[in-house]
Design a protein. Structure first.
Length: 310
């Protein structure tokens, strides 16, 4: 079985060629069926300078996220999940980014059917979510990852207790993005999964490789990887990203972990920053636009609001 390769082919057909119990860890970000064909949100005409942008927010991710109906989508989901379960080694773990409204499908149906034990739902919290321009709902500041294991087992590398919360805070793609892929995930989140669930030399499978983030992280951490990406443009993006040696997603040293994003996150809550991060965040450097966008109130404004409530 060849490793450290991304195959440009359908992942279900590709995984059928892999032996049973052959990979140590699965991390993947499959289609959610949330794409809205032809729809976008324009930011050019917004009155607020803080929110105004030349680039629209696209709600149409592409044909790869479109399905005839939910039955078609869930049939597809079961097809790739069953193959992941087959090739995953006993005591191996699986991480699946998924739509919040459908994520229960794994615990209710698929995990029991294919011998995978549901462990938790991990939350990726975004410190700079897309604003709600029409103000009709809460800001969408979280994405969810279904976590399971093949049998009862411990994590290979349980870190310190304070590092093992089932959530992580980072900015969204506008801060860390390196590619044009619409759903590129942060390397920091993927790295957390790889570090806690594998050791050097292990094989990590990503059956929806997208822009190549899982492969980039595995290369940096000396893990082997196997990936599948059927979309020609995204496949080429992933290959180029690996060949160019873009394996570091960080702009700060390890000693500065969490300082920038923690400050921004705390500002939105209390307008103060703690010298010791209270949240499991990563080493990030936010640009000024993102920091100003997320900072909803100045210190003086917060103090004034407090005084008014007295």
């Amino acid at each position: 079985m060849e490793t450290n390769v991304i195959y440009q082919e359908d992942c279900i057909a590709g995984m059928k060629k892999l032996p049973d119990n052959s990979v140590d860890l699965v991390i993947t970000d499959p289609p959610y069926m949330i794409s809205q064909a032809g729809k976008k949100i324009s930011r050019k005409s917004l009155s607020s300078k803080s929110w105004k942008r030349d680039m629209d927010i696209k709600l149409d991710f592409g044909k790869w996220d479109n399905f005839e109906d939910e039955a078609d989508f869930f049939k597809f989901t079961e097809s790739w999940f069953s193959e992941c379960a087959r090739v995953l080694k006993p005591k191996g773990w699986i991480y699946i980014f998924f739509d919040k409204q459908k994520i229960g499908y794994f615990d209710l149906f698929l995990s029991k059917k294919y011998g995978i034990k549901g462990r938790t739902v991990f939350a990726w919290l975004k410190s700079n979510p897309v604003p709600s321009f029409r103000k009709v709902n809460w800001l969408s500041a979280s994405e969810f990852v279904w976590v399971g294991s093949k049998g009862d087992c411990k994590l290979k590398n349980f870190l310190q207790q304070k590092e093992m919360f089932n959530y992580m805070v980072t900015p969204n793609k506008s801060s860390y993005g390196k590619t044009t892929h619409p759903t590129e995930k942060p390397e920091l989140v993927i790295e957390k999964f790889v570090k806690t669930n594998s050791v050097e030399g292990d094989i990590v499978l990503d059956c929806f490789m997208g822009s190549g983030t899982t492969a980039v992280v595995c290369k940096r951490l000396n893990r082997n990887y196997i990936g599948y990406e059927s979309h020609p443009e995204y496949y080429q993006i992933a290959i180029n990203r690996l060949s160019q040696g873009t394996v570091s997603g960080f702009t700060q040293s390890p000693s500065e972990i969490g300082s920038a994003s923690q400050t921004s996150f705390n500002r939105g809550l209390t307008a103060t920053a703690s010298p010791t991060p209270k949240f499991p965040v990563g080493e990030l450097s936010l640009n000024p636009d993102i920091q100003s966008n997320f900072q909803t109130a100045s210190l003086s404004e917060v103090q004034q609001n407090r005084d008014n409530r007295k």
